[in-house]
Design a protein around this ligand. Structure first.
Ligand code: AMP
Ligand code: ZN
Ligand code: ZN
Length: 423
């Protein structure tokens, strides 16, 4: 049953509408048909490898690609979710943005650890995301998920309960990430904000889908289940396109992924305790790469074990990682970093359970790690072909251009995608 006050409000509304329909015999003036300006929609399909488009199950994505521009985009290193989503929206590679991994330590905060659930602005404040730059310049934004979009950016979180965050800002509309919110709900969330009156309608919107990545991890990139996840997400892209059409809302749509996916195997596991003596190190992260710190006083022994030719892997002191990775300067990167050959994974010890499925995090130039890029909309010149080495940080100056805002200095090269936007 409705609460009394709510029921009264409904009755009042009904009376009001009855009154307006009978109070005049002249037709109400017809509102001038509004021609909405194009909205920029940035969509991430986590872990979507560009060759998934050739599986014959993605008619909506393929249609957007063929009537727009499609390319394979190089991710930033390491090819992990948070560093790459942050690179796309800040234009800064992980070494500069401070989001150097999905899990991090920071010597300035020895008691704290960053996980994918961390929303303390401390971890995020080193690079400004496009939604903050846009809002500062009068462009309203909305995020239907994106790593970091729930963070009160620029703010300071109190060290003690109730951990109030002061002076932070967020997109005008944002949502706390929750995997249980279905893809259709996410699409409807985007359509709903675009249905609003112009003064509270965003001009920049993000949308995020996780299921292709999740399924790729569990089953591997070549599995039928992963192909089905591609088909599912494609159907949701179809819902979005149909919804925009029904609204008469033109859109410049950018569909990207953060990285690709490569198969793992039980035959391609490196147990770190077989490479070095566990008494000499502490592991920070394992997987396609391993990051380690030496036990104090054991640096020499650890270096003797790691800094030599090893099968299917290579290790460096953090400051000596090859320059092409643009990785190793930030204080959050642990002192020793080992990268496995694509398809090989590090584990602390020989795994008890079989290693199957897929992963990412390897060399950003590995074919399996390449990311998706599709641009479709009235702003784009479809004759443009990006150069094969354009990277995801170049998306940030493109976004700024689409939104008509002045970007901050970044690692992104505005020239890389300059020709994509019609003059
Ligand atoms: P990865 O471990 O690199 O494969 O990360 C992918 C996972 O990140 C997804 O399956 C999501 O569960 C998670 N994720 C994506 N976006 C967010 C977010 N905004 N906040 C927290 N977790 C997220
Ligand atoms: Zn990812
Ligand atoms: Zn993943």
């Amino acid at each position: 049953m409705l609460p009394r006050s709510l029921a009264a409000a409904f009755l009042a509304l009904a009376a009001l509408s009855a009154c307006t329909t009978t109070s005049t015999d002249r037709p109400a003036p017809v509102a001038q048909a509004e021609q909405p300006a194009p909205v920029t929609i940035l969509i991430s399909i986590d872990g979507f490898r560009p060759d998934y488009l050739t599986r014959g199950v993605s008619p909506h994505l393929n249609a957007l690609a063929s009537s727009g521009v499609e390319a394979s985009m190089r991710p930033s290193f390491p090819t992990k979710t948070f560093p790459n989503h942050w690179a796309i929206v800040t234009g800064d590679r992980p070494d500069r943005s401070g989001i150097v991994a999905n899990n991090m330590e920071d010597e300035s905060r020895p008691k704290d650890k960053f996980t994918m659930a961390s929303d303390d602005p401390y971890w995020w404040n080193e690079a400004e995301p496009i939604w903050i730059t846009a809002e500062k310049q009068g462009v309203r934004t909305a995020t239907m998920f994106w790593p970091g979009s729930n963070v009160a950016w620029g703010g300071v979180k109190a060290a003690e309960w109730p951990y109030t965050i002061s002076n932070g800002s967020r997109p005008s509309d944002w949502a706390q990430f929750n995997e249980a919110i279905s893809p259709t709900q996410r699409v409807n969330g985007v359509l709903d904000v675009l249905r609003r009156p112009a003064d509270i309608r965003p001009r920049f919107v993000t949308l995020y889908f996780d299921e292709v990545d999740t399924t790729g991890h569990i089953n591997g990139p070549d599995a039928a289940q992963t192909t089905k996840a591609v088909a599912d997400v494609d159907a949701h892209i179809g819902e979005l396109v149909a919804g925009l059409k029904a609204l008469g809302q033109p859109a410049n749509i950018l569909i990207v992924s953060d990285h690709g996916m490569a198969a793992k195997s039980n035959d391609r596991v490196i147990a770190i305790d077989k490479v070095a003596d566990p008494a000499d190190y502490r592991i920070v992260e394992t997987g396609p790469y391993a990051s380690l710190a030496a036990v104090p006083g054991r640096e020499k022994a650890l270096e003797a074990a790691l800094l030599k030719p090893l099968d299917h892997m290579q290790c460096w002191r953090k400051g000596e990682i090859p320059a092409r990775f643009h990785y190793g300067a930030h204080r959050r990167i642990p002192p020793y970093f080992c990268l496995a050959e694509t398809g090989w994974v590090f584990q602390a010890t020989t795994p008890a359970k079989p290693v199957t499925g897929g992963d990412h995090g390897w060399d950003d130039r590995a074919p399996e790690m390449q990311a998706l890029f599709i641009a479709n909309g009235p702003a784009f010149d479809t004759r443009f072909h990006p150069s094969p080495d354009f990277t995801n940080v170049d998306v940030y100056p493109l976004l700024a251009r689409l939104l008509g805002v002045t970007p901050l200095a970044s690692d992104g090269n505005a020239a890389a995608l300059q020709g994509l936007v019609k003059p």
